[in-house]
Design a protein around this ligand. Structure first.
Ligand SMILES: Cc1ncc(COP(=O)(O)O)c(C=O)c1O
Length: 443
């Protein structure tokens, strides 16, 4: 009889993981996926209630994307970025069409971190200034510049680029100023103006934000926040750089999250849903004025990777975008998002551990607390990498066939944009059970 290979053991032995203690890793072996579900090696089926890492927006196994991949692979897998290719040209044109305002010219890389590295360089070359303002509760990627912008616990393990100044978070449930909306006057936005004043506007290149903070807890800003940041940046001659890596491509019920507030950033980074995560790709798109700046003699955009403008990845992104359009997935995210938001909010009634439920479209956070009065969290930033209550809730959901990501103190519920009402019910019913684990640990 053929010996069964223990692939988990083999991977543990030979492959480093991401953001984990190596010795504590005990994963499921994933074998295949289709639609909103994936299966492990033993054939057990799981509802993907977080789109893997909030990236499999199209669900799994899209025929159009697979065909585009194999068609392009059969024609041209790779060309040096010094050549032009049809997929890069067509994708650049398409992104100018679907992104807001006069966002116009794109640089293509391989993921979110690289997209933000390109944004940093663009902003610094364009303004001739070095400082960047970002926030504590943020994640922008693992590479040197992107991790320096990042303010979440992961940044404490890295020394990245210098020149980053942090602004207060826009976190109404736990306002850093101890204020309450709307009496707060959206102080978290106003304070950015104070920071620019103190740092010296001549030295600040840009303000970098996720329009809804993702892996630091699905923090939805008040409606005034993004427009006010836009105003402050305009008044100060500072660029507004928006990281739509997680929020882009329909996740929040619009193509891009900034559209909820009619804000046009100067530079926007994206990845994840750009290809539906079928293949890696990042993009950094800049407004016309920035594109024009680099058209002038002597203004060099000194940047690049071997795999920039990779034809295979660009061809897949074009097919993915067509999938969003033909299947009306942005609209489905909006409609199903309303259903999901209602169902999750209802969980508050039966679960003492549910402190706050917030989100837009198919991008929801369920923040858990030991005590609703004191808002004492189950998990603090220091405990992110340790076994904790949120991880136990996710494990309980997994045992019942639903995969849901946990991040510090919040569950991230973000199913693929193809999700239907029945699947939402299936996922929420399991969460209803799994939350009992946290309820039992309430004060
Ligand atoms: C908002 C945001 N920006 C950037 C990144 C980094 O993307 P990548 O992991 O593709 O480098 C992430 C990843 O989760 C993200 O959520």
């Amino acid at each position: 009889m053929k010996k069964k290979v223990d692939y988990v053991a083999v991977e543990r032995e030979y492959v480093f993981g991401t953001w984990r203690y190596e010795y504590a890793w005990n994963p499921l072996l994933v074998e295949e996926a289709e639609g909103s579900y994936f299966r492990d090696i033993d054939g057990n089926r799981y509802l993907d209630f977080s789109s893997q890492l909030m990236c499999s927006n199209l669900g799994h196994r899209s025929r159009r994307v697979i065909d585009a991949l194999s068609e392009q692979a059969g024609r041209l897998c790779y060309a040096a970025p010094s050549f032009a290719t049809k997929p890069a040209a067509m994708l650049g044109e398409k992104l100018a069409e679907i992104t807001p305002g006069d966002l116009h010219k794109s640089f293509f890389s391989l993921g979110g971190a690289e997209a933000n590295e390109a944004a940093i360089k663009m902003a610094r070359f364009y303004t001739g200034r070095t400082k960047l303002i970002s926030r504590y509760r943020s994640y922008h990627g693992a590479t040197s510049g992107a991790i320096a912008l990042t303010g979440d616990p992961r940044t404490q393990y890295a020394v990245g680029m210098s020149g980053v100044v942090r602004a207060p978070d826009c976190y109404c449930y736990r306002c850093p100023f101890g204020l309450e909306y709307p009496d707060c006057g959206v102080n978290c936005a106003e304070y950015v103006d104070e920071i620019i004043e103190m740092e010296g506007e001549h030295s600040v290149a840009g303000v970098v934000v996720e329009p809804i903070v993702g892996s630091n807890g699905i923090l939805v800003p008040p409606d005034e926040y993004m427009p006010r940041l836009r105003e402050i940046c305009d008044d100060r001659g500072v660029l507004l750089i928006v990281d739509e890596v997680m929020t882009g491509f329909g996740r929040t019920g619009r193509w891009f999250c900034v559209e909820h507030w009619d804000v046009v950033p100067d530079i926007m980074s994206m990845a994840k849903g750009l290809t539906g995560a079928f293949i890696p790709l990042g993009a950094t798109i800049a407004r016309k004025k920035i594109a024009d700046f680099f058209e002038q003699e002597g203004n060099l955009f000194c940047h690049g990777h071997t795999y920039s403008m990779h034809p295979l990845c660009c061809a897949v992104a074009i097919a993915a975008i067509q999938e969003y359009i033909d299947n009306d997935l942005i609209e489905n995210a909006r409609r199903m998002g309303d259903v999901l938001g209602r169902r999750l909010t209802d969980l508050k009634e039966d679960h003492a551990s549910v402190g706050d439920v917030r989100g837009k479209g198919l991008f929801w956070g369920v923040e858990l607390v030991r005590d609703r009065e004191t808002k004492e969290p189950f998990v603090t930033r220091r405990e992110k990498f340790l076994p904790n209550t949120l991880k136990r809730v996710s494990a309980a959901a997994m045992e019942r066939g639903v995969y849901v990501v946990n991040t510090i103190n919040t569950l991230i519920v973000a199913p693929p944009l193809i999700v239907d009402e029945e699947q939402i019910d299936e996922g929420v019913q399991v969460l209803d059970e799994a939350l009992k684990v946290a309820d039992a640990e309430c004060a």
